[in-house]
Write a protein that binds this ligand. Structure first.
Ligand code: XMP
Length: 317
């Protein structure tokens, strides 16, 4: 019988045996997997674990500061790296979704490697790889067509030439959450929706600018906070806002406006492979539309995405 308590104990012993008194470096994303994996390694080897958390400028509003603070609070030895400008400059004028993913993936690796190189005597690379990632990367390399080349922090290159420490490699997501609960990780980490590695870059259709990121962060924060307040956050599998590259006419007071549109997305799903659009209450959608249009400068229209997967995908890019 698999129990989180036994798993934790065994895994800590295994990590101790594998790593000994050597050092491990690990990238954190703020997501469930990397956080639980890091805390397990931390429990096993303490200050010999060095964590790196990169701000790519594409995270949710205040996410970088809040998450970094939580990591420090957990006692993790973590370095925050503000790389926003690098990401914005390299993404300048790039509209193609796959190009965005490739650039973000490459820059992430560059930043991580640069930071890791500042540390001395690192012998291992820790990763929050979980079982579905292992299966997925097999199918991704197969003959099937790549629909989206997923990038996330689980995908650091073999070329880093380090042995891997992957404590969650044989677990499914719900087991990771149970392990996280067992070792006292905050529900704020455990209960969060999935968030794509390329972040808001794939929720800004067309070219990315820091101004567009700021606009989308505001709209997203209103929506996510609204879902929480209405008790809907835990009822959907994932939710977010998308900034469309469309301007349309509106009226504010007695002025004509010509501004952008935000699409709201919320889906129910069990694994993200298929998904239904969430039937959110009209009253809730009405409130979100008002709040976003009134509070986010540059937005004069809000629409709700009523497409399921397939044939649509969860993200718009
Ligand atoms: P799609 O849009 O393919 O998304 O229906 C399915 C799930 O995968 C997430 N997603 C990504 N996650 N890197 C990630 O780490 C990516 O490039 C990426 N693209 C999509 C998406 O948020 C959803 O949870």
């Amino acid at each position: 019988d698999w129990t989180p308590a036994a798993f934790v104990q065994e895994t800590i012993e295994k990590i101790k045996a594998q790593v000994g008194d050597k050092r491990v470096v690990m990238a954190l994303s703020g997501g469930v997997d990397s956080t639980v994996a890091a805390e397990l390694v931390h429990k096993a080897i303490g200050k010999n674990l060095f964590c790196i958390f990169v701000d790519n400028g594409l995270l949710r509003k205040d996410e970088y500061e809040t998450v970094l603070e939580s990591y420090k609070h957990m006692g993790l030895n973590v370095k925050g790296v503000n790389a926003k400008d690098l990401f914005y400059s390299q993404l300048n004028d790039v509209s193609d979704p796959e190009k965005k993913r490739k650039i973000i993936g490459r820059l992430f690796i560059e930043v991580f490697q640069h930071e890791a190189a500042q540390l001395t005597d690192i012998a291992f690379l820790g990763q929050g790889t979980i079982y579905p990632d292992v299966i997925e990367s097999v199918s991704v390399n197969g003959p099937s067509v790549t629909i989206k080349s997923h990038h996330n922090v689980g995908g650091l290159p073999e070329k880093m030439n380090m042995q891997l420490v992957e404590p969650l490699r044989f677990l499914f997501k719900d087991e990771v959450r149970r392990v996280g609960r067992e070792i006292g990780i905050s529900e704020i980490f455990l209960g969060r929706h999935p968030f794509p590695g390329p972040g808001l870059a794939i929720r800004i259709l067309g070219a990315i600018t820091p101004e567009k990121v700021a606009m989308l962060q505001e709209a997203d924060a209103i929506y996510i906070e609204g879902l929480r307040e209405a008790g809907l956050y835990d009822k959907v599998w994932q939710a977010g806002t998308i900034l469309l590259p469309v301007q349309s006419v509106g009226v504010m007071g007695d002025e004509r406006t010509y501004e952008f549109t935000i699409a709201l997305r919320a889906v129910t799903s069990t694994d993200g492979m298929t998904a239904d659009w969430a039937h959110l209450p009209y009253e809730f959608l009405a409130k979100m539309s008002n709040d976003i249009i009134n509070r986010v400068k540059g937005i004069n229209r809000v629409v709700y995405d009523i497409s399921s997967k397939p044939p649509a995908t969860i993200e718009w890019e």
